[in-house]
Design a protein around this ligand. Sequence first.
Ligand code: AMP
Length: 434
Amino acid sequence: MNRENAPSAPDGTYDVYPAQANSEPWTRLEGWLHLERLVRGVMDRYGYVEVRPPMFEHTGLFHKSTGEVTDIVEKEMFTVPHKGEAGDRDSFTFRPEVTPGAVRLLVQNGLFKVRNLWKVWYLGPAFRYEKPQKGRHRQFSQIGVEAAGSGDPLLDVETIAVYVDILKAAGIARFDLRLNTMGCRDCRGAYREALKAYVAPTLAQRCENCRRRFERNVFRVLDCKKDSALNEAAPGAADHVCGPCKEHFAAVRAGLDLAGIAHRVDKRIVRGLDYYTRTVYEFSSAALGAQDALGGGGRYDTLVGSMGGPEVGAVGFAAGVERLFIAMEAEKAAVPPPPAPDFYAIAADEASRKEAFRAAQALRAAGLSGDLDFEARSVKAQMRSANRLGARYAVILDGAEVAAGKVRIKKMDGGEERSVPLPEAASILRGGQP
Ligand code: AMP
């Protein structure tokens, strides 16, 4: 095959593999393993349990929950027609976000019959047909939580605290948290009218997107990057929402103060999706450039009920993993190396290669980790591999030793070589003594 027709991954996707010089931060396997571990650690500390909804759902799920007048549903869905099997009502769509699937999972599996409040988390891919650029992919990954079953403002605060802890554990110190309220079903109408009255006289000056959205989803006009100057004096939701929504917002802010989490109110935060009620928030980082959103979330008090679950409040966030890696790199956050193997088995001559394999198998069976040469290389080259992998011990097999039923072990960071029977080698390697 010539180079021109060698396969390449689709635009907007990327591969993950052990880090190489100059590899992009989001492709580095070590970063992923580190982040997955630390996220799980934070979630465990807060009592969130993992859920794994499927990668694709019925398309209607996203139309109904994410919302018809959103960039995601209007332009960015990876939709696959069904092939007419019995029971398929709808096409399928690769999830552009995980919240609808996670909430469906809770309701469909009857989990609210077991417990009123579910605090769940996920980490996995999402798919959006966007124009790829740095920090924006067509297959990207999100970390998120959904805390469903309570309207308590402290739960809003807790979801924010979870993400703050993830950022800190990842070594990201520079980030901004901005929040706003969208009001509830009862009061949003009044705010919508106030906003429309403000926007209407400027409509002719606004971008095509905003003109189109004015009727169907006027809130989106506020987060338009092109027309931000026109929005400076726009009314903020916080002044227009009802008393209980104001109280909720004040309680969230007080809770954030209690938790020592710096934040500011920003009336332009409206979040793109339909299901948000009351609190909405966004994390951003100056380290990220044009795509500066590190994550965002909010409360969605009607979503669980709209899927046939109980009428309970819920709140959650989703954060882009690739952007976390970019911010980590910008802040020079340390990524620990993967654990070193216990041994590298070295064949001193061609005749000992089988014995090296047998020794490696016996050590692996004893629970130790290690590797060996498969290219019939010199002892020196095998030693280099042992060093490169950071193996703790070299386990050397040569004819004389093998005949005596022994192996030679050498601690890689210095120390004498010792000749011992294999079972003894295993226990030394396990105990770590020289
Ligand atoms: P959203 O719900 O659209 O605000 O998405 C939540 C988070 O996911 C954003 O704050 C980003 O960090 C991340 N994100 C969204 N879309 C993409 C994308 N196409 N590529 C990479 N990250 C994304």
